[in-house]
Design a protein around this ligand. Sequence first.
Ligand code: NAG
Ligand code: NAG
Ligand code: NAG
Ligand code: NAG
Ligand code: NAG
Ligand code: NAG
Ligand code: NAG
Ligand code: NAG
Ligand code: NAG
Length: 419
Amino acid sequence: MAMIHEASMMTLVILLLLVCSVLVETADQRESNPVLDARLPAGRELEFAGVPEMLNRESSSVKSAQFDTLDTGDVDEQVQQSYGARKLLRQSGTDQDGESLLEFKSGILDDPLGAVADWNLTGSSDYCSWNGITCNAARRVVNISLPGSQLSGTLSTSLGNLSFLSVLNLSSNVFSGSIPSGLGLCKRLVSLDLSANQLSGNQLNGAIDIPPELFQLTGLQILNLSENSLNGTVVFQSSSSLQELYLDGNQLVGGIPESVGKLGSLRILHMQGNGQLGGNIPSELGLLANLEEFDCSRCSLTGSLPYTLGSLANLTTLKLPKNNLTGSIPSELKQLSRLITLNLWNNQFSELPEEVVRGWTSLESIHMDRNNLTGTIPKAFGSLRFLKELVLERNQLTGGIPEEFAGLQQLQVLHLGNT
Ligand SMILES: *[C@@H]1O[C@H](CO)[C@@H](O)[C@H](O)[C@H]1NC(C)=O
Ligand SMILES: *[C@@H]1O[C@H](CO)[C@@H](O)[C@H](O)[C@H]1NC(C)=O
Ligand SMILES: *[C@@H]1O[C@H](CO)[C@@H](O)[C@H](O)[C@H]1NC(C)=O
Ligand SMILES: *[C@@H]1O[C@H](CO)[C@@H](O)[C@H](O)[C@H]1NC(C)=O
Ligand SMILES: *[C@@H]1O[C@H](CO)[C@@H](O)[C@H](O)[C@H]1NC(C)=O
Ligand SMILES: *[C@@H]1O[C@H](CO)[C@@H](O)[C@H](O)[C@H]1NC(C)=O
Ligand SMILES: *[C@@H]1O[C@H](CO)[C@@H](O)[C@H](O)[C@H]1NC(C)=O
Ligand SMILES: *[C@@H]1O[C@H](CO)[C@@H](O)[C@H](O)[C@H]1NC(C)=O
Ligand SMILES: *[C@@H]1O[C@H](CO)[C@@H](O)[C@H](O)[C@H]1NC(C)=O
């Protein structure tokens, strides 16, 4: 009796398993199975994000599982309590990425090149194969790249739901409106390029054009907002990750804020061509110990160079031409021993001390023409063995060319006329 009971239970279990696997198979034939798709090629575990390891190993037979190390937003909570993984995954975080992309598409008003024409969920269309989209092994969208696609419209805040997005490149399109603060939810964002669009101020945000949330992204390294219509004030928030910030060619106002000193990892800061920016260069810029390039050409800057810039030990490029900067070059700047390119033409600097020039041992190019430099041409230029370009014309320098210049082996351009 007991034997018979056990045998029939066994049969029932086997039958159930068979039915289940048939169901899973049928689902597979209709559409690709995210669980199966999530299987990793050997040795590529690190790229595998989003679906717990267990699904990976046991894919088609998983009915329930405990997920201890689950990152919220990776796989929906429903899955944690579920069986029939295919159906539930489809409704959960995974396929929601497709919905978020369609929401983004709905903000696009014109697509003359058909860049997003294949973005739809009809038939067997899989969002991971849509133009411009790259997914990871778990079918989470990691990269949206649609540069130069003539897309116009506004940027949907639904992009913020793509929690695995690490690269967003919508450079050279015609997007207008403001930068959605929702992007601050894309916690894995590494590179954000919205350059060469028509993005402008966020009136709701007190004319702060760069959503503060972007600075809270702990992995964001590159932010390119150049060549837009950003016309408000910049306020920087602490960011431990941002390395490259491009804000060239906008209409920013209100000066370079002191908060620039909070961008501790910054290597490159380009703000050239913000003709209405104005103000002084804040001394806090000297806090950016990793800074290699600073360009604020044509920024209507006034005042003198802060002496704190002397602590920028890694600075290789300083470009501040076409401003209204005055005063002497501070003696602390002699510490800029890695400086390669110094471009300060068309300002009103009054003095370039000999000792400062002597410290610029890596200098290859200096353009300080059209200033108010007085005194004699610093002899120390003669000791800069990498010097290729020395342009000092249209100052009030006196005396001839120092004989020390005879040793300049690399020199290609020497303009001292009218000094
Ligand atoms: C994005 O998430 C919000 C909740 O945070 C939700 O209301 C909205 O419907 C989602 N949008 C898309 C397109 O998934
Ligand atoms: C959906 O995309 C497919 C290509 O993936 C395309 O053939 C089809 O016309 C599109 N459907 C709609 C309604 O846009
Ligand atoms: C993102 O996708 C674009 C287009 O496919 C590609 O050129 C780029 O290298 C990708 N970026 C990364 C970081 O993988
Ligand atoms: C975005 O795409 C353009 C065009 O391919 C490329 O030049 C640019 O470097 C990309 N931006 C980033 C931050 O990689
Ligand atoms: C930033 O955007 C500008 C304008 O599109 C482009 O010229 C520049 O190469 C971009 N920088 C990077 C690092 O992609
Ligand atoms: C910035 O530009 C937008 C869009 O053109 C405009 O509505 C807004 O008034 C401008 N803001 C300022 C401070 O000029
Ligand atoms: C400067 O550059 C060097 C190498 O190029 C790097 O090791 C260092 O971390 C950078 N930062 C500072 C503050 O020196
Ligand atoms: C410098 O200031 C003067 C007077 O304020 C102004 O006319 C001139 O355009 C400014 N030059 C630059 C390059 O900003
Ligand atoms: C620089 O020289 C110009 C004329 O060459 C003069 O108008 C201007 O006031 C001078 N600037 C300073 C700061 O001395």
